[in-house]
Design a protein around this ligand. Sequence first.
Ligand code: C5P
Length: 234
Amino acid sequence: LTATELLYEGKAKKVYATTDPRVVIVDFKDDATAFNGEKKGQIAGKGEVNAAITTRLMTYLEAHGIPTHFREQLDARRLVVSHLQMVPLEVVVRNRVAGSLEKRLGLAEGTVLDEPVIELYYKNDALGDPLLNDDHIRVLQAASPAVVTQLKQQARDINRLLQNFFEERGLILVDFKLEFGIQEHALVLGDEISPDTCRLWDKETLQKMDKDRFRRDLGGVEDAYQEVLKRVMS
Ligand code: C5P
């Protein structure tokens, strides 16, 4: 299997078409951005860390009945994944208050949410990925009501599995973002799951072990990513 044309270059990944139309190759970059691209930088070794963590977590989810796009890891930074028709929504699941929810609701960071909070955002750089309600999604025809229901259910199931996975490794899953696609009329988990897309706190010290270290200039970014990798692989 070889990469042919570059299909898409995102902030943290490149996606290549291949000689097999059913699969694409994802190449994880060290580039990091925050605040809708306003803050730019690099996190040394991030591409390899995120490729490895995504591989481990997608494999774990598949083993627990969640259909994902993951097929195989090609090398340190590259994965072979199914070619999906992406749903233009970001599905955010929150177990504790942080980030934009802290701002939106004015609750203290770390407040435990009795039930997970699920939010859908429109993937649109020009609009700055706005939060959508079900009516907005209908107007935009971003996804059918049936797909929205399924997205939320899948997100809840994935949350339960990942919460357990991280808990066993001394990490609190504060929140995370998922993206889904359609393949032969079925909803399939796509994109990545990594410290770029999750908030993870050490269970004992509540230290931030994720991209918030980069966003908020907390230092120790590379070390935090390496520590998450070590725990995820254990
Ligand atoms: O910024 P906010 O608090 O809404 O982010 C919620 C979660 O979704 C965080 O874990 C963040 O890393 C993730 N996220 C993401 N990509 C985005 C927006 C949020 O991975 N474009």
